[in-house]
Design a binder for this molecule. Structure first.
Ligand SMILES: NC(=O)c1ccc[n+]([C@@H]2O[C@H](COP(=O)([O-])OP(=O)(O)OC[C@H]3O[C@@H](n4cnc5c(N)ncnc54)[C@H](OP(=O)(O)O)[C@@H]3O)[C@@H](O)[C@H]2O)c1
Length: 310
């Protein structure tokens, strides 16, 4: 699997990262046993993926710990997160990181995020919590400091646009997909200049894996005047992407669309279904979408910034 440098961290990461949250939580939200979830994460690692994202909030850190047991820790890039509301204290962060390390069976995390931050909490977290993260970095318990946005509450990226004014963030987790490409101008144009590592969430999520959720997202965009229904055949709105020489499925199109977007590094992909994992691994071996298809997506969704793809 192809690797890329994660911005100024210098970490060599695979372009596909295994995400242990999202609607699947490695299968823990879709009825899989812990052993099945461990096996799917381990299969991703055996197939060459070196990046795993989780969070204290997902309930999957132990699954990650079991999946990486016996592997060369230094060859892996582990990313986890601290839930970050206005009520958290510096001591909470110290305790949370310690607990995350214990659950994953490791003594350092590569990327530690403040999780799902919204603009109204940003100044507090920057002033009161980031110094503690910097101290934890000096102690070797984390290597790089990151922030993730709360996609469904902030699809316009207000928090990340504010965070880009500061120089403390090595990595950002950004919502980006076919239906909401607003990060291109608002976030990636600046992360590229600052050499910040970018992890993409929401590449597929529900809207691009469940036809009824796609329809609901499109109807919302039409109702808000952000999508012209004349630009799509509403009976099969994104079906034009699947053809000989194009995408093999909508999730395939969604991953390839994100992967080749300038400024993105790791595209997160989550599943608890072994067949979906194999399909997604194959997507990351494929070339960009045909340029005519990509241009049509950019044009069709040029005004869309109100849905996260849920
Ligand atoms: N604010 C934050 O910090 C935040 C928020 C959300 C997510 N994240 C991170 O981003 C990662 C990605 O999450 P996401 O929300 O973007 O969700 P995602 O991983 O894109 O979700 C994919 C969904 O589609 C299904 N799926 C996967 N591959 C498929 C395929 N080939 N065909 C059909 N269905 C398929 C999965 O369920 P099956 O199990 O059925 O395959 C899952 O329900 C998370 O795991 C997490 O690490 C972070």
């Amino acid at each position: 699997m192809k690797t890329i440098t994660l911005g100024r961290t210098g970490l060599q990461v695979t372009e596909m990262g295994f995400g242990c949250g999202g609607p699947s939580r490695a299968g823990q939200s879709t009825g899989k046993t812990v052993a099945e979830s461990v096996a799917v994460v381990r299969r991703a690692l055996d197939a060459g993926v070196n990046f795993i994202d989780t969070s204290e909030a997902y309930g999957t850190e132990e699954i990650v710990g079991q999946a990486i047991r016996g592997l060369d820790r230094d060859a892996l890039v582990l990313s986890t997160k601290k839930r970050a509301g206005p009520q958290i204290t510096p001591q909470d962060v110290v305790d949370s990181l310690e607990a995350s390390l214990k659950r994953m069976g490791t003594d350092y995390v590569d990327i530690y995020h403040l999780h799902a931050v919204v603009l109204e909490n940003y100044e507090y977290l920057l002033a009161e919590i980031v110094p503690t993260m910097q101290r934890l970095r000096e102690q070797g318990k984390l290597r790089y400091i990151a922030v993730s946005e709360r996609g469904h509450a902030d699809p316009q990226h207000a928090m990340l646009q504010r965070a880009l004014d500061d120089d403390v963030w090595d990595v950002m987790m950004v919502g980006f997909n076919i239906l909401n490409q607003s990060a291109r101008e608002r976030v990636f144009s600046r992360t590229i200049k600052k050499d910040i590592g970018v992890l993409v969430m929401f590449a597929v999520r529900r809207a691009l894996s469940q036809p009824e959720r796609l329809r609901a997202n499109l109807e919302e965009l039409i109702a808000r005047g952000q999508l012209d229904p004349a630009d799509l055949n509403m009976n099969d709105p994104l079906g034009f992407l699947v053809h000989e020489g194009g995408a093999v499925s909508l999730p395939d199109a969604a991953y390839r669309f994100c992967r080749y977007e300038p400024g993105t590094h790791v595209i997160l992909s989550g599943t608890g279904n072994p067949a979906h994992l194999e399909a997604n691994l194959a997507s990351f071996e494929r070339p960009p979408l045909p340029e005519a298809d990509r241009r049509r997506l950019v044009h069709t969704f040029r005004r869309a910034d109100s849905v996260a793809g849920n």
